[in-house]
Write a protein that binds this ligand. Structure first.
Ligand code: Q46
Ligand code: ZN
Ligand code: ZN
Length: 313
């Protein structure tokens, strides 16, 4: 198959866009599309300071690469979770993130959870679930807390993550199965800044996972291939498999599921219940401020993270 824009061999065929592109035109198209989404959803401007949450995986490193090429002021944030899983997962992902930043002269901020809070994520999970649960709940809570803290303390205007369309469609699917109105209301390409928290944006939310893999490969980005060992058997992976089946029968199904949701939201399908003047949390409840860390929390008193973490400093 030939590239739509020149005679060279296409490296990717995007059936949902009826578009095949070569190794030169594909990355260029990704840059143009990302810029278009940044503007369309009013994510951030060239004058704003952007913090990219970097895991060492293909999505976050590709996102950082795209923003760097587009001329945004984007620093990276790597959070050392202390996950080994027999493959040295955290060490390897940290090494790749450092290498990526050094190769482009970019600034990578690093927060090591063990150094900062005295325990790795698996240790925190072991203590709090007595070895019974997955570390993902503790991990998600910690990552959100650290990202918000660094964005606020270091004066970033926006925090961006590398969630792609497959991630967003799987989350949407889960939230729809549960009819979780608070989460549905907050899902989207941008979440505005609120009560001491930076704006959040997902510039890759309209790109398929396979498009992200192709971008990383064509740009020669070295990323960690292995998933976090704790992701195995997760519900998200199960939902992704279901959506992949749907997509293979109906190319474009995932994109249309996500875009139709955004359109329905825009048309007012989900409206916020009256809550007075205050901010509300994921389930529509009023927000309070944690007296220890100053981040918003849904109940009065310390937030879930401060209740979880042992403080060593
Ligand atoms: S890193 Fe953390 Fe994920 Fe690993 S422990 Fe679970 S939440 S699976 S995105
Ligand atoms: Zn071409
Ligand atoms: Zn707190």
């Amino acid at each position: 198959m030939k590239c739509r824009k020149c005679d060279a061999k296409a490296i990717i065929n995007m059936r949902q866009h009826k578009l095949a592109l070569c190794k030169d035109h594909y990355p260029q198209w990704m840059l143009e599309q990302t810029q278009r989404f940044i503007e369309k959803y009013r994510m951030f401007s060239l004058q704003e300071r952007v913090l990219v949450a970097v895991s060492g995986g293909k999505d976050s490193l590709s996102l950082w690469d795209i923003l760097w090429q587009l001329g945004y002021q984007a620093d990276g944030l790597y959070i050392g979770l202390g996950i080994d899983g027999g493959i040295g997962y955290s060490d390897e992902s940290h090494h790749l993130a450092e290498k990526f930043a050094a190769g482009r002269g970019l600034r990578l901020r690093v927060v090591d959870v063990l150094e900062t809070y005295g325990e790795t994520i698996p240790e925190m999970a072991e203590r709090t679930t007595r070895g019974k649960g997955r570390p993902c709940a503790v991990c998600g809570l910690t990552k959100r807390h650290v990202m918000n803290r660094v964005a606020r303390d270091e004066g970033y205007d926006v925090l961006v993550t590398g969630h792609n369309l497959d991630d967003e469609a799987a989350v949407l699917f889960a939230n729809t199965l549960n009819w979780a109105p608070g989460y549905l209301m907050r899902q989207g390409p941008v979440l505005e800044a609120r009560q001491g928290m930076a704006r959040k944006a997902k510039p890759l939310c309209r790109f398929y996972e396979r498009e992200m893999v192709a971008y990383a490969l064509v740009r020669g980005i070295e990323y960690i291939y292995d998933e976090c060992p704790h992701a195995l058997g997760s519900k998200t992976i199960y939902y992704k498999e279901i959506l992949n089946k749907l997509e293979s029968d109906r190319p474009g199904a995932k994109l249309s599921f996500y875009l139709s949701f955004l359109k329905a939201k825009e048309d007012g399908l989900f409206t916020r219940p009256q809550q007075g003047d205050g901010e509300t949390g994921a389930s529509g409840e009023a927000l309070h401020t944690c007296p220890t860390c100053g981040q918003p929390t849904s109940a009065p008193g310390e937030c879930a993270f401060c209740r979880l973490a042992i403080r060593i400093s």
